[in-house]
Unconditional design. Structure first.
Length: 156
């Protein structure tokens, strides 16, 4: 039997792609089965050095929301200033706490509005900037799309 007559996983000539069929076989079967077997669900545990309780963290979140921060900025502040790596340690979500207290601001909309203001300011100074003009149009469209989605979601 000649090597040229044997088809190995879509290659006509094993010499043209040396080891390719074996690598593909390994990729498709072995790795996936190994990964499926080794998945371990890790429950986050509170570190010993972390002294905040769940109620204190919720109070901090509401205080930061009062300053006008979005949920993503609150998470960064908790990490950087208070040393709280994740709120999942306490089995809470920042957005859920804010929604319960009616302080939730949609971060995507806020970010798009801030970007729109920056682009408008730049475009007013630089009318010849065609890229800024295009960016202005695209950002306005994204913001309108996001606001329409939020209205539709509120009604439902």
């Amino acid at each position: 039997m000649q090597w040229s007559s044997i088809r190995v996983f879509g290659t006509r000539d094993p010499g043209s792609n040396p080891g390719g069929a074996i690598r593909n076989l390994f990729k498709r079967t072995k790795i996936k089965t190994i990964m499926a077997k080794t998945k371990i669900s890790k429950k986050l545990e509170k570190p010993v050095w972390l002294k905040y309780t769940q109620k204190e963290v919720e109070a901090i979140i509401l205080k930061l929301a009062g300053k006008g921060l979005t949920s993503e900025k609150i998470g960064l502040t908790l990490r950087d200033q208070y040393g709280i790596p994740k709120t999942k340690i306490y089995d809470i979500k920042i957005s859920k706490i804010l929604k319960e207290n009616n302080k939730f601001i949609e971060p995507t909309t806020v970010n798009l509005e801030a970007k729109l203001q920056k682009v408008i300011g730049h475009y007013k100074k630089n009318k010849q900037d065609k890229k800024a003009e295009r960016s202005l149009i695209i950002t306005k469209a994204k913001l309108k799309k996001r606001q329409d989605y939020a209205k539709k979601k509120k009604k439902a």
